[in-house]
Design a protein around this ligand. Sequence first.
Ligand code: ADP
Ligand code: MG
Length: 227
Amino acid sequence: MLTFNNISKRYQLGQQNVQALTDASGNIAKGEMAALCGPSGSGKSTLLNILGMLDMDYQGDISLADVHYPKDRMAAAKIRRSQLGFVFQKFNLVPVMSAWENVAYPLMLNGHSATEQKRLASAMLEKVGLEDFIQHRPDNLSGGQQQRVAIARALVHNPEIVIADEPTASLDSHTAELVIDIMKSLGRELNTTFIVATHDPRMASHCDRTIELLDGRIHKEAIKWAS
Ligand code: ADP
Ligand code: MG
């Protein structure tokens, strides 16, 4: 269970302060797929960056499985490497690395042996249906294939949580559907929590929980029974 309480965030923009989040609170259960919805500028990315330990400059309290998020950057980096995975709108793969090397990268950072890297990265690429593309570089893959590589990379080290910021926004609707299906089925299979910021109503409709932000505040939350 991920619990966040009274999260507030203010950006300093020159002389101006931008209040991006105000007292956002909620819970996301282990293995759940949660959608963070709301119009552009409502604070989705800000909250994701905080929940993903990418931004540590906020007010409020977050705990994962009853352990508080560390305030110390080194400690946070360690947890981020081992417990969290990330998927972005623009895929963010390393262009000079093959699909396989991109997926193996988090394993390398976590100190896995070369043999383990090979075994786990290949197995995860197979799970996303890319076993025939492991040597391809990102620019030789379609957008949907690149996003599947990114999903494999986010999951390969078996994190507690995958944070995904608008993962279908760069994809056509058919490919988006496929990517949503892969995230959902792998989340279920591996019991990984997904937190997905999205504009896409289809994405939200597939999620177990929707959290709606407006002007930096959570104004509606809905939980569906798992289908
Ligand atoms: P969303 O992801 O829902 O579009 P964001 O979290 O990106 O929303 O933005 C929330 C608010 O914070 C917006 O008003 C945005 O302009 C502002 N904001 C986001 N990032 C920064 C930043 N680095 N500096 C200043 N203001 C920012
Ligand atoms: Mg955003």
